[in-house]
Write a protein that binds this ligand. Sequence first.
Ligand code: SF4
Ligand code: SF4
Length: 260
Amino acid sequence: MNNNKPKIGIYELTGCAGDALLILDCENELLDIFQAADIQSFLMAKSDNIDGDLDVALVEGSVTTEREIEELKDIRNRAKIVVAIGLCATVGGLQGRFTDSEEWGENLKKVYGDVEMTHTKAVQSKPIDAYINVDFYLPGCPIGKEQFLNFFTRLVGGSPPEKYPHPVCVSCKYNENDCLLNRGLPCLGPLTADGCGSVCINHNLPCVGCWGPVEGANLTSAFYLLKDKGFDVEYIKKVMANYSGTKITTFFDQLKKEKQ
Ligand code: SF4
Ligand code: SF4
């Protein structure tokens, strides 16, 4: 094993494993990936996995059991850099949407009834930064191939990865699209982190927010804009919550209070 190569571990918590699969799907680049780094752990790709010290840990999936909390803390202790990859790890995923702890408890009971879990205990789905410090984020549901390769190349080369501080509207305007909101379509571009280059709008489809909320997103303004355009409140809430995980919970709590 070449010790000069950065030691990297790729881990999956709760989710659809789409981000790990996306990495495997980099078929033309896979040999280069394995040559550029010492991939110590990648359950989907290899069987000789090692739980040693790491330069970089890439973690996919949200935290939904007590065992995953322990696993995540162990990864943090072993890794110099921890990166959250994909929407579940960055915001809690679809399974983290819309729920306060009371609703979560009710939903758990609806699905599992009184079945006692013996191997571990379920906890409310949360992004990984609810439990550990995270150094970098690569959002997307799933992450994009081009963005992953760019991200990985920078990490292996020792450079900080690119951040995505702008909303999708920035790429959308750069690509000279007409605004779909003006055509009465519920586009979430103003709320969503721009890493995809506004790919959906470029093909005449509204953004549904799969890159997750952009930092500083004005949720209140977007909510009332869609409401003014005639969309039903419950529909807007569902659309906004889809890919926002736990990051939108406070906004919905405020909305509930306003109604009371
Ligand atoms: S179409 Fe969507 S992404 Fe483009 S400017 Fe309008 S709201 Fe923003
Ligand atoms: S849904 Fe939005 S963020 Fe996701 S790929 Fe389409 S335009 Fe990009």
